[in-house]
Write a protein that binds this ligand. Structure first.
Ligand code: 2PG
Ligand code: MG
Length: 383
C-alpha cells in the first residue's frame, strides 16, 4: 500500500475534548481516544506544544507521501516519532495506515485464521475520576457476562445494565456511560451481589462482576483515602497493608471475578499479595509497556493486563506486550479510554490477537460502535 495522501485534524471525543483523527488515501480514517485516570508512566498523548502542533507535524511531514507499507511490522517506522508527535498522534496515524493496508479489515489482514472472540467487560456503575470525583470511590463496576457467542454476551450485558438503571432509579451517568447513583461503595457492592445472584435479573444466565479501582487516584504517597467509606469503619485512610486486606476481603465476600488496579501504580509487590483466584489486572501499573510487563512478571504481580495502544504510543510495541503476556499465560483485556471516539479498531485487534476480554462500556455510541463491530466480525467468521 502506497501512501498518497495524509490529513490530520481535530475532532471532539465523547467528553467533548479535542482528539486527533487521521485520514489516509481519502477513505481510511482512524482516531485516538484519551484517558482521565491516566497512569503516571503513560507516554504523553501529545507533545508539550499541544494537539495543534502535533497535527501540523503530521500534515507538514513530507516523508510520508510515497512511502510503502506492506506488513504490520512496517508500522514500527513511527516508533521514532513517539516523543515528538505524542502517543495519540502516532496511534491515529498507524491505525489509519493499517486500515489502508487492510481495506478496513484489520482483523483479517493481521490474522485470517482468527476465530476467538473476547468477552465484553461492561462498565455499569461508576465513580472516581470518571465523575470528577463526584461519584463513589470505585471508578468502575464491571459486568462479566456468560454466553456462547459474543453477541449473546453483549445482549446480556445490555439487558442487565438497563435493569440495573431501573432498579437504581438514576439517569445520571459517568464519562463511560455507567450509572452514577448516590450510594457508597459498600452499598453498591451489596446491591450488585444480590442483584446478579437473582437469576431473574440476568435472563437466567450467570453474570459475574468485578471492579476497576484505579487505586492510584486514591493514593497520596502514604494512604489510600476513601471518600465514602464503609460505615462500620471509622477510618477512611488505609495504609498499604489495610488496602491489601480490604481488597482480598472484597474478593472473598463478593466473589469478584475481576479486580483492576487494586493497588497504586508503583506497588508491584502489593499486587502480588492480591488473591489470584480472581483476575488481578494491571492498568496504570503496566501501561502497555514491555519493561513494566516484565517487572510485573518478575514480581508475580498480575494474572491479567490491560492493553491500551495509546498508553505506549505504538501498535507494534503494544503487540509485544500482548505476545509476552500470552506466552506467560497472563490474560489480556483490550480497553477503550474514558474519552472515546467512533473508531472501532480495538474490536479488530481483539479478534486478530485472540485477546480474551474487551472493556468498552455498554452505553453510548462510542462504546456501542466497538461492540457492534465485533458482532459484525463474528457473523463474518462464524456465518
Ligand atoms: C481505565 C480507563 C478506561 P481512562 O482506567 O481503565 O476505563 O480509564 O481512560 O480514564 O484512563
Ligand atoms: Mg483502569
Amino acid at each position: 500500500m502506497k501512501v498518497k495522501e495524509v490529513e490530520a485534524y481535530i475532532i471532539k471525543n465523547s467528553r467533548g475534548e479535542s482528539a486527533i483523527e487521521v485520514r489516509v488515501n481519502k477513505k481510511f480514517v482512524a482516531a485516538a481516544p484519551s484517558g482521565a485516570s491516566t497512569g503516571k508512566y503513560e507516554v504523553s498523548a501529545f507533545p508539550k506544544k499541544g494537539i495543534k502542533f502535533a497535527i501540523n507535524s503530521v500534515n507538514n511531514y513530507k516523508g510520508l507521501k510515497g512511502m510503502k507499507f506492506e506488513t504490520f511490522e512496517d508500522l514500527a517506522f513511527f516508533d521514532d516519532f513517539i516523543s515528538s508527535w505524542g502517543a495519540d498522534t502516532v496511534i491515529a496515524v498507524q491505525l489509519a495506515i493499517l486500515k489502508a493496508m487492510s481495506g478496513n479489515k484489520i482483523w483479517k489482514f493481521l490474522n485470517p485464521k482468527a476465530k476467538k472472540f473476547p468477552t465484553p467487560l461492561g462498565n455499569c456503575i461508576g465513580g472516581g475520576m470518571h465523575t470528577k470525583k463526584q461519584g463513589e470511590d470505585v471508578q468502575e463496576f464491571l459486568l462479566m457476562p456468560s454466553g456462547k457467542t459474543f453477541e449473546e454476551k453483549m445482549v446480556l450485558n445490555d439487558y442487565v445494565y438497563r435493569k440495573i438503571g431501573k432498579a437504581l432509579g438514576t439517569k445520571q451517568r459517568t464519562d463511560e456511560g455507567a450509572f452514577m447513583p448516590n450510594m457508597t461503595d459498600t452499598e453498591i457492592f451489596d446491591f450488585l451481589y444480590e442483584f446478579l445472584n437473582n437469576y431473574e435479573n440476568t435472563l437466567h444466565s450467570r453474570v459475574k462482576f468485578g471492579i476497576d479501582l484505579a487505586a492510584s487516584s486514591l493514593w497520596n504517597g502514604k494512604f489510600y483515602t476513601y471518600k465514602s467509606f464503609a460505615p462500620e469503619k471509622k477510618l477512611n485512610k488505609f495504609i498499604r497493608e489495610d488496602q491489601i486486606d480490604y481488597i482480598n476481603e472484597l474478593i472473598r465476600k463478593y466473589k469478584l471475578a475481576y479486580v483492576e488496579d487494586p493497588m497504586q501504580e508503583n506497588d508491584f509487590v502489593g499486587f502480588s499479595m492480591i488473591n489470584k483466584k480472581t483476575l488481578v489486572c494491571g492498568d496504570d501499573l503496566i501501561v502497555t509497556n514491555l519493561d513494566r510487563m516484565k517487572e510485573a512478571i518478575r514480581n508475580d504481580a498480575v494474572n491479567c493486563v490491560i492493553i491500551k495502544p495509546n498508553q505506549i504510543g505504538s501498535l507494534t510495541k503494544t503487540k509485544e506486550v500482548v505476545d509476552l503476556a500470552h506466552k506467560m499465560d497472563i490474560n489480556t483485556v483490550i480497553s477503550h479510554r474514558s474519552g472515546e471516539t467512533m473508531d472501532a479498531s480495538i474490536a479488530h485487534l481483539a479478534v486478530a490477537w485472540s485477546i480474551p476480554y474487551i472493556k468498552t462500556g455498554i452505553y453510548g455510541a462510542e462504546r456501542r460502535v466497538k461492540l457492534k463491530e465485533l458482532v459484525k466480525i463474528e457473523q463474518e467468521i462464524k456465518g
